[in-house]
Design a protein around this ligand. Structure first.
Ligand code: SAH
Length: 385
């Protein structure tokens, strides 16, 4: 058992989740189907139903003989995620779901729907703002719990239970996409446009499952869901070797780095992995990622009152980031049980934003959703109560 305060990289070994279609790439699926005595090409047909049409009902797969449907479904489509409960807020446009996995472990995912901007009536505005299309972001978990032990995050406080399999990760997105397609989310039928690995867990500590889940999310059907890689963000505490490895996967997803402090002295306490990988090394790996993928790196910075929100720290942060392919995402600290910290005063938040803007560093304050349902950043603790 890890001692309190210890960082945990190796997830405890537990019974593996049953093998699932989404753990496999298309070639491996064909092999698995052939091994069941069913023609290999049936794997592609079932994949199209599951991932393209989002149908989980074999009765609808009428292009296959009925007994082949049930053979494949029984062997390769075991239920991985059982909904324990769903709660919503924002008039039903933010929905948090608690899932039970095969071994009783609990994880959470959050679906957030943002309406399109009201279109400007033609001819009325001289320079109409570009209308933003509606979008749906799914925030998903990559581990049950987390071993990174950040003191302001509720997930970190409970420790690491286990890594999720690729299919357990990808199925969170499939479940959300299915609910949307069926019109079960306020706002009518829709599609998932964005996926963020900002739920429970440190994605880069579960590297190979996360990379195969990413392929299932971005590759087009029958391989995957076909969500644009531009809409997918992997958030990390800064596991430097894994950041460098991800840059070479040919997956142009956005990398977000949870920095939270520009100086090692403070970051050592807020993000304990900093005792191993320092601010300068983490940022160096981030710039390597930007060079390789041409994607703007996102820097996450939770503003904590009187801890990391001083004017001098804003200036120091700007020194580190100015001139880089970067965007700063400030997150007002969300409350977590037992934490002595709170969000910054509004005037300190404004001053922090102004300093970065003055120095030419792109910055936005995250429109945090789901605080009232413990579904916001750092609040996911997955209790079934
Ligand atoms: N382990 C990954 C992804 C999970 S968290 C990571 O740390 O990046 C997604 C973001 O929420 C991270 O930037 C995390 O630091 C931040 N976060 C955690 N607890 C928070 C809290 N109480 N308030 C605001 N943001 C928080």
């Amino acid at each position: 058992m890890p001692r309190p305060g210890e960082l945990v990289f190796e997830a405890p070994a537990r019974g593996r989740p049953p093998r699932h279609l989404l753990d496999l790439d298309p070639a491996a699926r064909r092999e698995a189907v052939a091994a069941l005595g069913v023609p290999a090409y049936r794997a592609d047909q079932v994949s199209r139903h599951w991932l393209g049409r989002l149908s989980n009902d074999p009765a609808e797969w009428t292009d296959l003989p009925a007994e082949q449907r049930s053979t494949i479904a029984e062997a390769l489509l075991p239920p991985l995620l059982t909904p324990v409960r769903s709660i919503d807020c924002d008039a039903g446009t933010t929905v948090k779901t608690v899932w039970r996995l095969h071994d009783g472990a609990l994880v959470e995912s959050v679906l957030m729907r943002y309406p399109a901007d009201t279109p400007v009536a033609p001819g009325l505005a001289v320079l109409p703002p570009r209308p933003r299309r509606g979008r749906v972001t799914m925030c998903i978990s990559s581990q049950a719990g987390c071993g990174m032990n950040c003191p302001f995050c509720a997930t970190g406080q409970a420790g690491l239970t286990r890594n999720l399999s690729a299919a357990e990760i990808a199925e969170q997105v499939v479940a959300g996409a299915r609910a949307l397609a069926r019109g079960e989310i306020t706002g009518g039928p829709g599609r998932v446009s964005n996926v963020v690995f900002m739920g429970m867990g440190e994605p880069l500590a579960n590297y190979s499952a996360v990379v195969s889940a990413l392929r299932r999310i971005v590759e087009p059907a029958p391989s995957g869901l076909g969500i644009s890689a531009r809409g997918v963000t992997v958030s990390t505490v800064g596991l430097v070797p894994r950041m460098r490895q991800l840059a070479d996967e040919g997956l142009p997803v956005t990398l977000a780095v949870s920095l939270h402090a520009p100086d090692d002295a403070l970051r050592d306490t807020l993000v304990p992995i900093n005792t191993r990988y320092k601010v300068a090394e983490v940022l160096d790996a981030a710039w390597g990622y930007a060079d390789r993928t041409h994607r703007r790196v996102s820097i996450e910075y939770a503003l904590i009152k009187d801890i990391n929100d001083q004017a001098w720290r804003a200036d120091l942060l700007a020194d580190l980031l100015v001139g880089r392919l970067v965007h700063v995402n400030l997150i007002p600290l969300n409350p977590t049980p037992g934490s002595k910290w709170t969000a910054s005063r509004p005037e300190d938040e404004r001053a922090f934003v102004r300093t970065l803007e003055r120095r030419g560093v792109p910055v936005t304050v995250r429109d945090t959703r789901g605080r009232e349902i413990d579904g916001a950043c750092g609040q996911l603790a997955a209790t079934s109560a």
